[in-house]
Design a protein around this ligand. Structure first.
Ligand code: GDP
Ligand code: MG
Length: 758
């Protein structure tokens, strides 16, 4: 099968094209650097099946970061049959810079002129025939998003892959070209593939090239000495780059683009709008508050049971719907439900009805009671406790995807960069972190786009603090029960605050690491802000569909199995006696009581009743998958014989029951959420971190997660329980900071303590 490689600048639409061609659902994000690994798929709709490889975006073929090396190595060593160079037609100048370098290889190339829909909208005309003549390769205008002309692109690539192409360079400075020609000849003599390409990169003084072909360096030195020209005292790399840009603007762009004759005023007002939006959203003072305000609105729409606080504000409605199905589903005596809560109620009534129905069937067929228990109280209540939260998770993701796809999240990274730069934290690290709101696994992999290894380690460590979709069920279950038990006005406030807390801890620990063990240089933040555009329904749907698939798969595999496992542990004694409807002396109880004291400083240990071990056990089962935490609590509550708990109880009821039985306090409940948020993430994330980190760093990372969760949770618990303990904490924190400050001075040699210096 023929193999075609997609090469292009970040954010030029490679992954969108890849998805459209291969029917995959790879992650598309409106910011540069989303794809960090190569990905392969098959295009089946053409005259022959071809394999398509999506590569990380690059601006040039001189790599700086690991993922840029992937792209370059792929085209040089894997010998694709054709390179599809995708370029963002609204940004020709910048994109053609890479194209010129690609043409210096002798691999067949087709240029895909993407986003042609936007170009048409702008009214710009691009003469693709002329561009094709000038570059000497086919140029096919497409819209990856609207799936226009994609078949033509593939057919053209198939045709081109059957031809041979001579490497060609746009450089035409006679002296540099002479040098390149000399090198080219030598490389050819040695039968090096793509000799022109390597010759130019060597002349450019490209780091990787010098490593790979050191023996040709002397020719450059000789040449420079022989032709002692002013030119060679300059930086050749800059000269060559300059030459390319000149060629692009003077010989290419001016030839092929005709901008629409528009009212000057029109253009101005258009870009003015975008600039005006940015001047507010990225404003130094209001940028961050706007971000948090937006987040809060989103949480309100997803979690609130008093929409727009109408009830709290004293707005009342008649009782027209009392007693109908609308009561409870759409509103309660506390106010109107938000969309998320309505959807949750709806799903719960379906799953609840379903498991009642199965129970009826089983009991009707005289199935043994332990089997009914295992199926209905074990499996169903465990799985449904999790599925009940799916609507809210999806809704939250819909909002996050809109923020991301519109281009807003890239602005958030920009604002955070400005605020945190002085602490040595760069904005580029925030993109993977923001991805962590979805799932830590792709987010950790995405850190490969960070070029500074220390920054990458630190970022991987804090990514789990950005609360992921799987932690949401814990949050909603506990927050929901807190509303019922402790007179908290609304669950939206708790969930929002926990998200903010997670982010704050991430930033704080990041700063701490960057100023101690992970001190590195500050890489420049060279992100361009993507254009604002209306979120694309298709891209949003891909995100959501991905989430649903992942979630359902997890519910019926990992959660299913661990639920059965826990049910067994709690229904058998150490000598394998079955115990019904009570968990006294069960294996799980004795294990739980053994670890319970460990959590005393966190508020859910020995201060609780003898049943208090359930929280410790639930938190530990969260290491398998975070959704397992409410699932475990639910099956435990159901089998301890919680009267009044139906199977349809979605984890909130189970938590209420557990609080009543164990004496968990408000502070303890909050600390329980915080612990689950910050501690070792789920198994999948841990495995990913292990793959991404070196052995030694990985061990420290585990320790870091345990320590952070333990310290922050006990901070939350003690300060809320005894307000004055805040002062003790402040003293300790101050001492730690002074210690770090002194240590840094000492290390930099600015502090001289007698006898301490090496
Ligand atoms: P990559 O970084 O090159 O993989 O780019 P992506 O595929 O992630 O796309 C970047 C952004 O451009 C996304 O927001 C896409 O929805 C958008 N996009 C991609 N192709 C097109 C297109 O043909 N037309 C328009 N209007 N937008 C597009
Ligand atoms: Mg991509």
């Amino acid at each position: 099968m023929k193999k075609f490689a997609l090469i292009g600048n970040p954010n030029s639409g490679k992954t969108t094209l890849f998805n459209s061609l291969t029917g995959s659902t790879a992650y598309v994000g409106n910011w540069p650097g989303v794809t960090v690994e190569k990905r392969e798929g098959v295009y089946k709709k053409g005259s022959e099946q071809v394999s398509i490889v999506d590569l990380p975006g690059i601006y040039s073929l001189s790599p700086y970061s690991p993922e840029e090396i992937i792209s370059r190595d792929f085209i040089l060593h894997n010998k694709p049959d054709c390179i599809i160079n995708i370029i963002d037609a609204t940004n020709l100048e910048r994109n053609l810079y890479l194209t010129l370098q690609v043409l210096e290889t002798n691999i067949p190339v087709v240029v895909a002129l993407n986003m042609i829909d936007l170009v048409k909208k702008e009214g710009t005309k691009i003469n693709e025939k002329r561009l094709s003549e000038l570059l000497g390769v086919p140029v096919v205008p497409i819209s990856a998003l609207k799936e226009q002309n994609l078949n033509a692109l593939v057919e053209e690539s198939i045709k081109t892959s059957n031809t041979k192409r001579e490497a060609w360079t746009s450089l035409n400075n006679s002296k540099i070209n002479d040098l390149i020609e000399t090198l080219n000849k030598k490389l050819k003599e040695d039968k090096v593939d793509n000799s022109l390409f390597h010759a130019i990169k060597l002349a450019e003084n490209d780091e990787k090239e010098i490593q790979d072909y050191p023996k040709y360096l002397r020719y450059i030195e000789e040449y420079k000495i022989n032709f002692d020209d002013e030119l060679f005292h300059q930086d050749l790399e800059a000269l060559i780059a300059n030459d390319r840009y000149e060629y692009i603007t003077e010989s290419l762009v001016s030839e092929v683009i005709t901008k629409k004759e528009v009212d000057y005023y029109d253009i101005k007002s258009n870009s003015n709008i975008s600039n005006k939006i940015d001047s507010v959203l990225t404003n130094k003072w209001v940028g961050i508050p706007i971000f948090f305000a937006l987040l809060f609105v989103i949480f309100h729409l997803v979690f609130s049971e008093d929409l727009f606080y109408l009830h709290s504000l004293g707005v009342t409605f008649g009782n027209n719907f009392e007693g109908t199905m609308f009561e409870g589903l759409f509103y309660t005596s506390n106010g109107i439900n938000s969309v998320g809560v309505i959807l949750m109620n709806f799903v719960n009534s379906i799953t609840g009805g379903f498991s009642e129905w199965i129970r009826g069937l089983m009991e009707g067929a005289n199935v043994q009671s332990w089997a009914v228990g295992l199926v209905c109280d074990g499996v169903f209540s465990g799985i449904f406790a999790v599925i009940g939260f799916l609507p809210q998770i999806l809704l939250l993701f819909l909002f996050f995807s809109i923020l991301e796809d519109s281009g807003y999240m890239a602005r958030v990274a920009f604002i955070l960069d400005r605020a945190l730069r002085k602490f040595g934290v760069s904005g580029k690290a925030f993109m993977p972190m923001i991805m962590g709101f979805g799932c830590s696994v792709p987010a950790m992999i995405n850190t490969r786009s960070l070029s500074d290894e220390k920054e990458r380690i630190a970022t991987i460590r804090v990514i789990p603090f950005f609360s992921c979709g799987a932690k949401l069920p814990i949050l909603v279950a506990v927050a929901g029960s807190m509303v019922i038990m402790f007179n908290v006005p609304n669950a939206d406030l708790i969930t929002f605050l926990i998200y903010v807390l997670g982010m704050s801890v991430a930033v704080l620990t990041l700063i701490l690491m960057k100023s101690t063990t992970m001190k590195g240089e500050k890489p420049p933040f060279i992100m361009e802000l993507p254009q604002y555009h209306l979120p694309q329904i298709k891209a949003l749907m891909i995100h959501l569909w991905d989430k649903i698939k992942h979630f359902i798969k997890k519910a019926f595999t990992i959660i299913f199995i661990s639920t059965i496992f826990i049910w067994v542990l709690q229904h058998f004694t150490w000598d394998w006696q079955y115990i019904d409807n009570s968990i006294d002396k069960s294996i799980l109880e004795s294990l739980g009581q053994f670890v319970q004291p460990l959590f005393t400083p966190l508020g859910f240990g020995s201060q609780l009743t003898s049943l208090g071990w359930v929280f410790a056990v639930a938190a530990i089962t969260g290491l398998i998958a975070k959704e397992q935490v409410p699932a475990t609590l639910t099956i435990l509550a159901v089998s301890i014989g919680a009267s009044g708990i139906d199977v349809e109880g979605n984890g909130i009821d189970a938590m209420v029951f557990m609080i009543n039985q164990t004496g968990l306090t408000f502070a303890g409940a909050l600390s329980f959420i915080v612990f689950n948020l910050l501690t070792i993430p789920c198994f999948a994330a841990v495995a990913t971190a292990r793959g991404e980190l070196r052995r030694g760093t990985f061990k420290w990372t585990l320790l870091f997660w345990i320590a952070t969760s333990y310290i922050v949770s006990s901070f939350v618990y003690t300060v809320i329980t005894w307000w004055w303990s805040l002062f003790i904490w402040l003293v300790v924190i101050t001492l730690v900071f002074i210690g770090i400050y002194l240590f840094n001075l000492y290390r930099d040699g600015k502090l001289n303590i007698k006898g301490l210096r090496k």
